[in-house]
Design a protein around this ligand. Structure first.
Ligand code: IPD
Ligand code: CA
Ligand code: CA
Length: 267
């Protein structure tokens, strides 16, 4: 088994930068379509995805790929798998809000070994390899020191659903305000939410419905920065999980007591 993932990180960073250029060139003139209700896709998503796949295939032709806008039918536990979100924050991008990212993870048999998330607006490149720490533009990053939920800035996200997921999210937000936390944010890129917990800008983040490409790279970056990642019930987070609760690790149970999926009924 190979434990040196420098080549994977280098290729992912190169692919993410190229995709970032493709996306930035299309800012403000995106052709938008709705692939499902409230779930947008633009020509930038598709072009960025082609750029990333071409770059990865050029170096690793035999590897499997899962990419949001393409059906490769690869399994999450494939021996060598790339998991790609070519544009995380499409809704922001489509509305000219400058907050979005590119997320690329490399996984071996269901375990993420390398992850890269690039914010082309701020030119911030987040990266991690298993057991080797997390970095932003080459500098090591760490989670915040916030000791309790009371002193936390918490990020969240809303799925496209207007049913139970929305109602539970609203309920949990009400409970966070009752806990008198410092603040709540919804910025619109799950991958960056994870990176921002990893570098201490946010103290915690949760979202009840995500796809693998939204969090695969970010969960490794956050774990390598000293954070704690679970699913929305406090169980082990893996590539088959569909919801997420992450924190700086200092008040995770307290956090789950407020935002856990099952403690937030929608009555
Ligand atoms: C979305 C973003 C958003 C999150 C949604 C995701 P997309 O990804 O990460 O922050 O709230 O659940 O689907 O569609 O922009 O790649
Ligand atoms: Ca996404
Ligand atoms: Ca996307």
């Amino acid at each position: 088994m190979n434990y040196n993932f420098d080549k994977q990180v280098g290729v992912a960073q190169d692919a993410a930068r190229r995709a970032g250029k493709v996306i930035m060139e299309r800012q403000g003139r995106a052709s938008i379509s709705e692939k499902a209700i409230n779930n947008l896709v633009t020509e930038a998503d598709l072009s960025a995805q082609e750029t990333i796949i071409k770059t990865i295939r050029g170096h690793f032709p035999g590897h499997s790929i899962i990419a949001e806008e393409k059906d490769f039918s690869a399994k999450n536990d494939a021996a060598e798998l790339w998991i790609i979100d070519p544009l995380d924050g499409t809704n922001n991008f489509a509305h000219t809000i400058p907050h979005f990212s590119i997320s690329i993870a490399y996984s071996q048999s269901g375990r993420v070994s390398a992850g890269v998330i690039y914010d082309p607006v701020r030119n911030e490149m987040f990266s991690a390899t298993r057991d080797k720490g997390a970095f932003m533009n080459g500098e090591a990053i760490r989670v915040s020191d916030a000791p309790s939920l009371r002193e936390a800035i918490v990020a969240t996200g809303f799925y496209y659903d207007r049913g139970i997921i929305m109602r539970k999210t609203l309920k949990s937000i009400e409970k966070l305000f009752e806990a008198n936390i410092h603040g709540i944010r919804r910025f619109g890129s799950a991958a960056l939410d994870l990176c921002w917990v990893a570098c201490g800008r946010f103290d915690a983040y949760y979202e009840y419905k995500l796809s693998t490409w939204d969090f695969a790279a970010g969960m490794l970056i956050l774990e390598e920065a000293g954070g704690r990642c679970t699913d929305q019930e406090g169980g082990r987070l893996d590539l088959n999980s569909t919801g997420i609760a992450v924190s700086n690790g200092k008040f995770h149970s307290e956090f789950l007591n407020v935002v856990g999926w099952s403690v937030n009924n929608d009555s």
